[in-house]
Design a protein around this ligand. Structure first.
Ligand code: NAD
Length: 465
């Protein structure tokens, strides 16, 4: 049985079913098509399926022309008909793994998908979970559902876990160029999954079990959440001491070993870092343990929007202004640069704080033309406002790639380092960044630039005219 699947993988005649055509599923599909495989894409959202069929893309950084070409060539077949799952030899699951209202893991998408697979499971299929989750999900949640079909795992069908490491919007690392960790529930499953991914991905790291692969992904994300919290805490302290945290990090990262730079920001965003570590926290509780680092990191990171608001109020106060009635433009609604993904973005929290305090609020984000409805935020309907040429020129803000995030930073750094836009008196001074920023503000006339966020995840800042 496994031999014929191995053969199909080797000669690329295996049909790959990708379940969940979102930020992870679509690039993965593209990697397998590029490697010469025919793919069927499954999604419960009929609107998405219809758009894909029409050669359109609902994710900004995924090129519609490319989707259209793949469909025309017959290499990509999007559908919402889950009964067609039997047509696929390998099924790769990329569905959401959010937290529920009590911040516990919500595995309903994974369970629902596994049940749909079970309905048409046939001998010779390989099922791989890619969604981020806590260790033991593949074996303890998925496997019992599949085994209930009467088919035998490791003999009739094969199961593995391989975490997705997609970094949406990062052109340097596409899905096929990121090493992939793979762990099977048994030797044969691991071997087949390794053989499959080897066809499409630059490097495969085979580990001994799905649990190691699941824990590996959660370690990667927890590592980031904790380190971001550390620099966020240091930013608050160094601000008070008049030390520029960016200068400190720039200096520290010249150490050729033992240090990796993380940057402070106004909060965490996206589907991964604010969520995944809490999957582990929940699991630890079942083992009678606590994950104190994770919880402390969550506490520090979730206070950052409030810190930004306090700083903004202090800044306005120094100009003799109140936040109420001040014109504030929030720059950047997506959770990071070059993407249109607003999930968990702290910009929404900032918006709530600002509106609640009576600010006259607008926003600018060319990737988020209209404010989407968010489950946890009740905000008025708003649309992205064009920046005036004067503000664009002063801040260097345009679209994301060449725009707000990167260029704004350069603007700030130049302002600090080379005296552009502020008095010579402060040239090259990095001792008292807040004052420098304010003198920059005075020189720019009515432009008030607040946050210098360079966070690798989220970097909204403010311009008030
Ligand atoms: N977005 C990222 O940067 C990223 C990176 C690495 C890992 N991940 C992980 O990958 C997983 C997917 O994340 P995403 O960002 O692609 O989510 P997404 O919301 O963009 O896409 C998920 C898709 O699954 C579809 N779906 C939901 N239930 C389904 C079902 N039963 N059958 C078929 N389709 C179904 C949804 O309609 C949606 O289109 C999550 O576990 C996430 O943590 C995400």
């Amino acid at each position: 049985m496994s031999q014929s699947l191995e053969q199909k993988i080797d000669d690329q005649s295996a049909v790959i079913g990708i379940i969940g055509l979102g930020y992870v599923g679509l690039p993965l599909m593209s990697a397998f098509v590029k490697a010469g495989f025919k793919t069927i894409g499954f999604d419960v959202d009929q609107k998405k399926v219809d758009m894909l069929k029409a050669g359109q893309s609902y994710i900004k950084h995924i090129d519609a022309a490319k989707v259209s070409a793949l469909i025309e060539e017959g290499q990509f077949d999007p559908t919402s008909d889950v009964s067609r799952m039997a047509e696929a030899d390998c099924l790769l699951i990329c569905v959401p793994t959010p937290l529920n209202d009590s911040r516990d893991p919500d595995l309903s998408y994974v369970e629902g998908t596994t049940e749909a697979i079970a309905k048409s499971l046939r001998p010779g299929q390989l099922v791989v979970l890619e969604s981020t989750t806590y260790p033991t999900t593949t074996r303890d949640v998925m496997l019992p559902i599949l085994n209930a079909t009467g088919l035998k795992a490791g003999q009739d069908f094969y199961v593995a876990y391989s975490p997705e490491r997609e970094d949406p919007g990062n052109p340097d690392f596409t899905a096929d160029g990121i090493p992939k960790v793979v762990g099977g529930i048994d030797e044969q499953s691991g071997k087949l999954a390794e053989a499959l991914y080897k066809q499409a991905i630059v490097k495969i790291v085979r580990v001994g079990s799905p649990e190691v692969a699941e824990a590996c992904k959660i370690l990667e994300n927890t590592y980031r959440a904790v380190n971001i919290a550390l620099v966020n805490e240091l930013k608050v302290l160094f601000d008070r001491m008049g030390i520029d945290v960016w200068d400190v990090i720039d200096a520290a990262k010249t150490k050729p070993f033992g240090f990796q730079a993380f940057y402070p920001g106004p909060g965490l965003g996206g589907h991964c870092i604010p969520i995944d570590p809490f999957y582990l926290t929940w699991l630890a509780r079942r083992y009678g343990l606590t994950t104190r680092f994770i919880e402390l990191a969550g506490e520090v990171n979730s206070k950052m929007p409030e810190y930004v608001i306090t700083q903004l109020m202090e800044f306005l106060n120094n100009q003799g202004k109140a936040l109420r009635g001040s014109k504030i433009c929030l720059l950047g609604m997506a959770y990071k640069k070059d993407v249109d993904d607003p999930r968990e973005s702290p910009s929404f929290v900032l918006m709530e704080h600002l509106l609640g305090r009576g600010a006259d609020l607008t926003y600018n984000d060319p990737h988020v033309p209209h404010l989407p409805k968010m489950r946890h935020h009740d905000l008025p309907e708003m649309s992205s406002q064009e920046l005036t040429p004067r503000i664009s020129r002063r801040t260097g803000l345009r679209a994301h790639r060449n725009g707000p995030f990167g260029v704004r930073l350069r603007f700030h750094r130049e302002a600090f380092r080379d005296g552009i836009g502020h008095s010579q008196r402060h040239k090259r001074s990095s001792r008292r960044p807040r004052q420098d920023l304010q003198s920059l503000t005075f020189r720019c006339g009515k432009i008030e630039i607040f946050d210098q966020g360079r966070q690798n995840d989220c970097r909204p800042c403010f311009v008030g005219a």
